[in-house]
Design a protein around this ligand. Structure first.
Ligand code: GH3
Ligand code: MG
Ligand code: MG
Ligand code: MG
Length: 313
Protein backbone atom coordinates (compact mmCIF):
# COMPACT_ATOMS: atom_id res chain seq x y z
CA UNK A 1 0.00 0.00 0.00
CA UNK A 2 1.21 3.51 -0.77
CA UNK A 3 1.92 5.53 2.33
CA UNK A 4 0.36 8.95 2.83
CA UNK A 5 2.17 12.01 1.48
CA UNK A 6 3.97 13.63 4.41
CA UNK A 7 5.23 17.20 4.82
CA UNK A 8 7.61 18.33 7.58
CA UNK A 9 7.35 21.95 8.78
CA UNK A 10 10.33 23.26 10.73
CA UNK A 11 10.11 26.61 12.53
CA UNK A 12 11.03 27.76 16.03
CA UNK A 13 7.99 30.04 15.99
CA UNK A 14 4.90 27.95 16.70
CA UNK A 15 2.54 30.52 15.18
CA UNK A 16 4.54 30.29 11.91
CA UNK A 17 4.19 26.50 11.99
CA UNK A 18 0.45 26.99 12.41
CA UNK A 19 0.19 29.49 9.52
CA UNK A 20 2.19 27.30 7.10
CA UNK A 21 0.28 24.20 8.18
CA UNK A 22 -3.01 25.98 7.46
CA UNK A 23 -1.78 27.13 4.04
CA UNK A 24 -0.97 23.58 2.94
CA UNK A 25 -3.89 21.81 4.59
CA UNK A 26 -5.20 18.98 2.42
CA UNK A 27 -1.88 18.48 0.58
CA UNK A 28 -0.56 15.83 2.96
CA UNK A 29 -0.06 14.68 6.49
CA UNK A 30 1.86 17.33 8.45
CA UNK A 31 4.71 16.75 10.90
CA UNK A 32 6.51 19.58 12.62
CA UNK A 33 9.66 20.36 14.57
CA UNK A 34 10.67 23.57 16.35
CA UNK A 35 14.40 22.80 16.50
CA UNK A 36 17.00 21.94 13.89
CA UNK A 37 18.38 18.75 15.46
CA UNK A 38 14.87 17.39 16.06
CA UNK A 39 14.04 18.19 12.41
CA UNK A 40 17.03 16.19 11.13
CA UNK A 41 16.09 13.25 13.35
CA UNK A 42 12.45 13.36 12.24
CA UNK A 43 13.44 13.58 8.57
CA UNK A 44 15.66 10.49 8.90
CA UNK A 45 12.99 8.48 10.71
CA UNK A 46 9.85 9.57 8.89
CA UNK A 47 11.21 10.24 5.39
CA UNK A 48 8.80 13.10 4.62
CA UNK A 49 8.13 13.95 0.96
CA UNK A 50 8.87 17.65 1.45
CA UNK A 51 10.39 19.91 4.10
CA UNK A 52 9.41 23.54 4.72
CA UNK A 53 12.35 25.00 6.61
CA UNK A 54 12.79 28.22 8.57
CA UNK A 55 16.29 29.68 8.08
CA UNK A 56 16.83 31.35 11.43
CA UNK A 57 16.42 29.20 14.52
CA UNK A 58 18.27 29.02 17.83
CA UNK A 59 20.71 26.09 17.93
CA UNK A 60 21.23 24.58 14.49
CA UNK A 61 20.16 27.08 11.80
CA UNK A 62 17.95 26.10 8.88
CA UNK A 63 20.92 26.42 6.53
CA UNK A 64 22.86 23.95 8.65
CA UNK A 65 19.86 21.59 8.74
CA UNK A 66 19.71 21.73 4.94
CA UNK A 67 23.45 21.03 4.68
CA UNK A 68 23.12 17.96 6.95
CA UNK A 69 20.07 16.61 5.08
CA UNK A 70 21.70 17.02 1.66
CA UNK A 71 24.89 15.34 2.88
CA UNK A 72 23.06 12.23 4.14
CA UNK A 73 22.09 9.71 1.40
CA UNK A 74 18.99 8.72 3.42
CA UNK A 75 17.56 12.27 3.28
CA UNK A 76 19.35 13.92 0.34
CA UNK A 77 16.47 13.43 -2.11
CA UNK A 78 13.82 15.09 0.10
CA UNK A 79 13.04 18.50 -1.41
CA UNK A 80 13.61 21.44 0.95
CA UNK A 81 11.83 24.81 0.64
CA UNK A 82 13.12 27.65 2.79
CA UNK A 83 10.43 29.78 4.42
CA UNK A 84 12.07 32.85 5.93
CA UNK A 85 11.83 36.55 6.68
CA UNK A 86 15.43 36.89 5.46
CA UNK A 87 14.65 37.51 1.84
CA UNK A 88 17.89 39.26 0.87
CA UNK A 89 19.29 37.95 -2.41
CA UNK A 90 22.45 36.66 -0.73
CA UNK A 91 20.40 34.52 1.68
CA UNK A 92 18.24 33.18 -1.12
CA UNK A 93 21.36 32.39 -3.13
CA UNK A 94 22.94 30.55 -0.21
CA UNK A 95 19.78 28.51 0.41
CA UNK A 96 19.50 27.47 -3.23
CA UNK A 97 23.20 26.63 -3.39
CA UNK A 98 22.75 24.32 -0.42
CA UNK A 99 20.31 22.33 -2.53
CA UNK A 100 16.92 23.82 -1.59
CA UNK A 101 14.38 23.68 -4.43
CA UNK A 102 12.63 26.94 -3.55
CA UNK A 103 12.70 30.00 -1.29
CA UNK A 104 9.56 31.62 0.13
CA UNK A 105 9.45 34.96 1.99
CA UNK A 106 7.64 35.67 5.24
CA UNK A 107 5.01 36.82 5.89
CA UNK A 108 3.70 34.02 3.72
CA UNK A 109 0.99 34.33 1.11
CA UNK A 110 -0.97 31.11 1.74
CA UNK A 111 -2.11 30.50 -1.85
CA UNK A 112 1.46 30.89 -3.18
CA UNK A 113 2.84 28.51 -0.53
CA UNK A 114 0.18 25.95 -1.43
CA UNK A 115 0.87 26.25 -5.16
CA UNK A 116 4.63 25.85 -4.75
CA UNK A 117 4.29 22.95 -2.33
CA UNK A 118 1.91 21.25 -4.78
CA UNK A 119 4.41 21.59 -7.64
CA UNK A 120 7.36 20.23 -5.65
CA UNK A 121 5.32 17.38 -4.18
CA UNK A 122 4.23 16.41 -7.68
CA UNK A 123 7.86 16.33 -8.85
CA UNK A 124 9.01 14.38 -5.77
CA UNK A 125 6.33 11.70 -6.13
CA UNK A 126 7.04 11.36 -9.87
CA UNK A 127 10.74 10.94 -9.10
CA UNK A 128 9.97 8.29 -6.46
CA UNK A 129 7.85 6.41 -9.01
CA UNK A 130 10.63 6.48 -11.60
CA UNK A 131 13.21 5.36 -9.04
CA UNK A 132 11.00 2.44 -8.04
CA UNK A 133 10.51 1.45 -11.68
CA UNK A 134 14.26 1.67 -12.31
CA UNK A 135 14.77 -0.87 -9.51
CA UNK A 136 11.97 -3.29 -10.40
CA UNK A 137 11.73 -6.13 -12.90
CA UNK A 138 8.64 -5.37 -15.00
CA UNK A 139 7.52 -8.96 -15.49
CA UNK A 140 7.87 -10.43 -12.00
CA UNK A 141 7.74 -7.33 -9.79
CA UNK A 142 10.92 -8.48 -8.02
CA UNK A 143 13.99 -6.27 -7.67
CA UNK A 144 15.88 -6.10 -10.97
CA UNK A 145 19.55 -6.68 -11.73
CA UNK A 146 20.46 -3.05 -11.03
CA UNK A 147 18.86 -3.16 -7.57
CA UNK A 148 20.49 -6.54 -6.92
CA UNK A 149 23.98 -5.25 -7.77
CA UNK A 150 23.46 -2.23 -5.53
CA UNK A 151 22.20 -4.39 -2.67
CA UNK A 152 25.15 -6.80 -2.90
CA UNK A 153 27.61 -3.91 -2.98
CA UNK A 154 25.92 -2.24 0.01
CA UNK A 155 25.89 -5.46 2.04
CA UNK A 156 29.49 -6.12 1.09
CA UNK A 157 30.55 -2.72 2.44
CA UNK A 158 28.65 -3.52 5.63
CA UNK A 159 30.43 -6.90 5.92
CA UNK A 160 33.79 -5.12 5.68
CA UNK A 161 32.73 -2.74 8.45
CA UNK A 162 30.98 -5.13 10.81
CA UNK A 163 32.43 -8.57 9.88
CA UNK A 164 28.94 -10.00 10.11
CA UNK A 165 27.96 -13.06 8.08
CA UNK A 166 26.45 -12.60 4.63
CA UNK A 167 24.96 -15.07 2.16
CA UNK A 168 23.77 -15.02 -1.42
CA UNK A 169 21.59 -17.55 -3.26
CA UNK A 170 21.62 -17.90 -7.05
CA UNK A 171 18.61 -19.83 -8.37
CA UNK A 172 17.91 -21.22 -11.83
CA UNK A 173 14.78 -22.94 -13.15
CA UNK A 174 15.51 -26.49 -14.32
CA UNK A 175 15.02 -27.42 -18.00
CA UNK A 176 13.28 -24.14 -18.69
CA UNK A 177 14.17 -24.09 -22.37
CA UNK A 178 12.27 -27.36 -22.75
CA UNK A 179 9.36 -25.86 -20.77
CA UNK A 180 9.11 -22.97 -23.24
CA UNK A 181 9.47 -25.29 -26.22
CA UNK A 182 6.69 -27.55 -24.93
CA UNK A 183 4.21 -25.08 -23.40
CA UNK A 184 5.04 -21.83 -25.23
CA UNK A 185 6.52 -18.54 -24.05
CA UNK A 186 3.28 -17.21 -22.57
CA UNK A 187 3.05 -20.10 -20.11
CA UNK A 188 6.81 -19.74 -19.64
CA UNK A 189 6.24 -16.16 -18.49
CA UNK A 190 3.48 -17.26 -16.11
CA UNK A 191 5.77 -19.90 -14.67
CA UNK A 192 8.49 -17.27 -14.09
CA UNK A 193 6.03 -15.08 -12.21
CA UNK A 194 4.81 -17.99 -10.06
CA UNK A 195 8.39 -18.91 -9.12
CA UNK A 196 9.12 -15.23 -8.39
CA UNK A 197 6.20 -15.12 -5.92
CA UNK A 198 7.66 -18.10 -4.06
CA UNK A 199 11.03 -16.33 -3.83
CA UNK A 200 9.43 -13.14 -2.54
CA UNK A 201 7.70 -15.20 0.17
CA UNK A 202 10.89 -17.07 1.12
CA UNK A 203 12.89 -13.83 1.45
CA UNK A 204 11.10 -13.37 4.75
CA UNK A 205 12.92 -10.65 6.68
CA UNK A 206 12.62 -7.00 5.61
CA UNK A 207 16.39 -6.92 4.98
CA UNK A 208 16.29 -9.91 2.58
CA UNK A 209 16.07 -9.12 -1.12
CA UNK A 210 14.68 -11.39 -3.84
CA UNK A 211 15.69 -10.32 -7.35
CA UNK A 212 15.52 -11.42 -10.97
CA UNK A 213 19.12 -11.85 -12.04
CA UNK A 214 18.14 -12.27 -15.71
CA UNK A 215 16.16 -14.72 -17.88
CA UNK A 216 15.11 -17.67 -15.69
CA UNK A 217 17.74 -16.94 -13.05
CA UNK A 218 17.07 -15.30 -9.70
CA UNK A 219 19.01 -14.30 -6.60
CA UNK A 220 18.26 -13.80 -2.91
CA UNK A 221 20.47 -11.50 -0.82
CA UNK A 222 20.57 -12.66 2.82
CA UNK A 223 22.34 -10.15 5.10
CA UNK A 224 23.59 -11.36 8.48
CA UNK A 225 22.99 -14.97 7.46
CA UNK A 226 25.43 -17.88 7.87
CA UNK A 227 25.85 -20.79 5.49
CA UNK A 228 23.50 -22.95 7.61
CA UNK A 229 20.81 -20.27 7.53
CA UNK A 230 21.24 -19.75 3.78
CA UNK A 231 20.97 -23.50 3.11
CA UNK A 232 17.72 -23.56 5.07
CA UNK A 233 16.31 -20.77 2.87
CA UNK A 234 17.55 -22.61 -0.25
CA UNK A 235 15.80 -25.81 0.82
CA UNK A 236 12.62 -23.91 1.57
CA UNK A 237 12.64 -22.35 -1.92
CA UNK A 238 13.28 -25.72 -3.59
CA UNK A 239 10.47 -27.34 -1.59
CA UNK A 240 8.00 -24.50 -2.22
CA UNK A 241 8.67 -24.31 -5.96
CA UNK A 242 8.17 -28.07 -6.25
CA UNK A 243 4.97 -27.73 -4.21
CA UNK A 244 3.58 -25.32 -6.82
CA UNK A 245 3.13 -28.53 -8.79
CA UNK A 246 3.45 -26.83 -12.19
CA UNK A 247 3.39 -29.66 -14.74
CA UNK A 248 6.61 -30.00 -16.77
CA UNK A 249 6.15 -32.98 -19.10
CA UNK A 250 9.62 -32.73 -20.65
CA UNK A 251 11.54 -32.68 -17.36
CA UNK A 252 12.57 -35.97 -15.76
CA UNK A 253 11.17 -34.49 -12.54
CA UNK A 254 7.61 -34.10 -13.92
CA UNK A 255 7.07 -30.65 -12.38
CA UNK A 256 8.88 -27.30 -12.48
CA UNK A 257 11.87 -27.26 -10.11
CA UNK A 258 14.82 -24.98 -9.32
CA UNK A 259 18.48 -25.53 -8.53
CA UNK A 260 20.27 -23.26 -6.07
CA UNK A 261 23.88 -22.21 -5.55
CA UNK A 262 24.76 -20.87 -2.08
CA UNK A 263 27.66 -18.49 -1.42
CA UNK A 264 28.38 -17.50 2.16
CA UNK A 265 30.80 -15.25 3.84
CA UNK A 266 30.94 -16.36 7.48
CA UNK A 267 33.10 -18.06 10.09
CA UNK A 268 32.95 -21.32 8.10
CA UNK A 269 34.06 -19.86 4.78
CA UNK A 270 37.62 -19.30 3.57
CA UNK A 271 36.91 -15.65 2.83
CA UNK A 272 36.13 -14.98 6.47
CA UNK A 273 39.65 -15.80 7.71
CA UNK A 274 41.01 -13.66 4.88
CA UNK A 275 38.80 -10.81 6.11
CA UNK A 276 40.09 -11.21 9.66
CA UNK A 277 43.70 -11.21 8.50
CA UNK A 278 43.12 -8.14 6.36
CA UNK A 279 40.83 -6.33 8.77
CA UNK A 280 43.47 -3.69 9.46
CA UNK A 281 42.97 -2.63 5.86
CA UNK A 282 39.84 -4.27 4.41
CA UNK A 283 40.24 -2.51 1.07
CA UNK A 284 43.25 -4.76 0.41
CA UNK A 285 41.01 -7.79 0.66
CA UNK A 286 40.95 -9.68 -2.62
CA UNK A 287 37.60 -11.28 -1.95
CA UNK A 288 34.92 -8.99 -3.35
CA UNK A 289 31.20 -8.73 -3.95
CA UNK A 290 31.66 -9.87 -7.56
CA UNK A 291 33.54 -12.95 -6.37
CA UNK A 292 30.65 -13.86 -4.11
CA UNK A 293 28.44 -14.04 -7.22
CA UNK A 294 30.94 -16.24 -9.00
CA UNK A 295 31.14 -18.57 -5.97
CA UNK A 296 27.32 -18.85 -6.04
CA UNK A 297 27.45 -19.50 -9.79
CA UNK A 298 29.95 -22.38 -9.38
CA UNK A 299 27.79 -23.87 -6.60
CA UNK A 300 24.74 -23.57 -8.86
CA UNK A 301 26.60 -25.43 -11.62
CA UNK A 302 27.40 -28.21 -9.12
CA UNK A 303 23.71 -28.41 -8.12
CA UNK A 304 22.77 -28.78 -11.81
CA UNK A 305 25.40 -31.52 -12.29
CA UNK A 306 24.09 -33.44 -9.30
CA UNK A 307 20.63 -33.87 -10.83
CA UNK A 308 18.91 -30.49 -10.28
CA UNK A 309 16.04 -29.74 -7.81
CA UNK A 310 18.77 -29.32 -5.18
CA UNK A 311 21.21 -26.86 -3.63
CA UNK A 312 24.99 -26.83 -3.22
CA UNK A 313 27.46 -24.50 -1.54
P1 GH3 B 1 19.10 -25.93 -16.96
O1 GH3 B 1 18.26 -26.90 -16.21
O2 GH3 B 1 20.48 -26.42 -17.15
O3 GH3 B 1 19.08 -24.58 -16.35
O4 GH3 B 1 18.48 -25.81 -18.42
P2 GH3 B 1 17.60 -24.61 -18.99
O5 GH3 B 1 16.89 -25.09 -20.20
O6 GH3 B 1 16.74 -24.06 -17.92
O7 GH3 B 1 18.70 -23.54 -19.32
P3 GH3 B 1 18.98 -22.67 -20.58
O8 GH3 B 1 19.89 -21.60 -20.12
O9 GH3 B 1 19.44 -23.54 -21.73
O10 GH3 B 1 17.59 -22.05 -21.00
C1 GH3 B 1 17.04 -20.96 -20.37
C2 GH3 B 1 15.75 -20.64 -21.06
O11 GH3 B 1 15.04 -19.61 -20.38
C3 GH3 B 1 15.95 -20.18 -22.47
C4 GH3 B 1 15.07 -18.94 -22.59
O12 GH3 B 1 14.25 -19.02 -23.72
C5 GH3 B 1 14.23 -18.96 -21.34
N1 GH3 B 1 13.88 -17.62 -20.90
C6 GH3 B 1 14.71 -16.64 -20.48
N2 GH3 B 1 14.02 -15.51 -20.17
C7 GH3 B 1 12.73 -15.79 -20.40
C8 GH3 B 1 11.51 -15.03 -20.29
O13 GH3 B 1 11.49 -13.86 -19.88
N3 GH3 B 1 10.35 -15.64 -20.61
C9 GH3 B 1 10.32 -16.94 -21.04
N4 GH3 B 1 9.14 -17.48 -21.35
N5 GH3 B 1 11.44 -17.66 -21.19
C10 GH3 B 1 12.62 -17.11 -20.88
MG1 MG C 1 12.89 31.39 13.11
MG1 MG D 1 19.95 -20.38 -16.79
MG1 MG E 1 17.66 -23.11 -16.28
Amino acid sequence: MERATTILIVDDDVSAVRAVSKAISGLGQVLFATQGDAAVELARQQQPDLILLDAQMPGISGFEVCRILKGDPSTSNIPVIFVTAHTEASMEEEGLELGAVDFIGKPIRPAIVAARVKTHLHLKLAMDRLNRQAQTDGMTGLANRRALDQSIEREWQSVLRTQRAFSLLLLDIDFFKRYNDHYGHLMGDECLSAVARVLARCAERPMDLAARYGGEEFAIVLPETTRDGACRVADKVIENVRALNIAHATSELGVVTVSVGVASFDAQSAGWSLLNQASANPSELLFSAAQLLSVADKALYAAKQSGRNSSRF
